[in-house]
Design a protein around this ligand. Structure first.
Ligand SMILES: O=C(O)C(=O)C[C@]1(C(=O)O)C=C[C@@H](O)C=C1
Length: 280
């Protein structure tokens, strides 16, 4: 049995990602209201696993989550990419004309921006997660409110679907990271399957410092899948780099790290894991 902390309540996309990643295993989800809450729970129970959204193909990176993960002692042990399709759902009997307020998770709202722009008179209110918005409408009998959530959440919480497929672009995918306390890492990862790593480092303000690192990675046949920079608080105009790479040869990957380390500062491997390769 895997106990997995998720941000959200049953019916949210984090739950779907958790069940899909651990598809052949029994999963008990531990709902958390916010991402900081998820980290807090995981720090108190080192047997707990976690699932955390890190980037979305419409809304971009969840920057706060990069920071939360860096500050924690957790490791990335896997990833999952989920197709996100939203519905607009309200109490039975409601029509789009009756709706005066739409509730959802901020990232889900961003993913439906074009749809929402067509409804300028409707108030948009951010909530903790998509499924919780649906549940609140049901529990409080909120007439005139609609939630942006999954079809599953709408059905779970007895809401009617007013519109479906309301995401701005059908190629709406969220990438989730699977997290574990570092001591669990070796038991949970099959070393043979490792072909991806997430790294963090800072660089000096000298000519070509990033370019030199990228050139070395390229020399070792390392493929860069993501690079994100975030400001270092307290060190104006200096940045920390969050880099994801894929590779086919683990030894060459390790050699590339030894080659780039002297050029970087505060170097950390956030996780080594198997790339998600299913076709979406
Ligand atoms: O509210 C939910 O259902 C969530 O799981 C959160 C979340 C997110 O944080 O990005 C997860 C995936 C979707 O991209 C939209 C919302």
């Amino acid at each position: 049995m895997k106990k997995v902390a998720i941000q959200g309540i049953p019916g949210c996309y984090h739950e779907m990602a958790a069940r899909s990643y651990f598809t052949n295993e029994e999963v008990e989800v531990e709902p958390c209201l916010t991402f900081p809450n998820l980290f807090e729970k995981m720090s108190k129970d080192d047997s707990l696993l976690g699932i955390m959204a890190i980037e979305n193909t419409i809304a971009g990176s969840l920057l706060q989550n990069h920071e939360l993960l860096r500050k924690s002692d957790l490791s990335i042990i896997g990833e999952y990419k989920l197709r996100i399709s939203h519905v607009l759902a309200a109490l039975p009997g409601e029509t789009l004309e009756n709706i005066s307020e739409i509730n959802s998770h901020p990232i889900a709202l961003m993913q439906c921006e074009e749809f929402l722009n067509q409804l300028p008179n409707i108030k948009i209110v951010e909530k903790d997660d998509t499924a919780a918005s649906a549940r609140e409408i049901q529990e409080k009998g909120l007439k005139g409110h609609a939630a942006i959530c999954s079809r599953l959440a709408a059905e779970m919480y007895g809401l009617n679907i007013l519109e479906s497929g309301i995401e701005t672009n059908k190629r709406n995918f969220t990438r989730f990271l699977v997290l574990a306390d570092s001591w669990q890492r070796d038991d949970l990862i099959n070393r043979q399957s490792i072909n991806k790593a997430s790294l963090i480092f800072t660089l000096p303000h000298t000519n070509g410092s990033l370019s030199k690192v990228l050139t070395i990675l390229s020399f070792y046949d390392i493929n860069l899948t993501k690079i994100q920079s975030l400001p270092i608080i307290g060190r104006e105009w200096e940045y920390r780099f969050y880099v994801d790479i894929t590779f086919s040869d683990y030894t060459r990957y390790k050699q590339s790290l030894e080659a780039i380390k002297p050029l970087t500062k505060d170097f950390k491997i956030q996780g080594e894991y198997a790339e998600f390769t299913e076709t979406l």
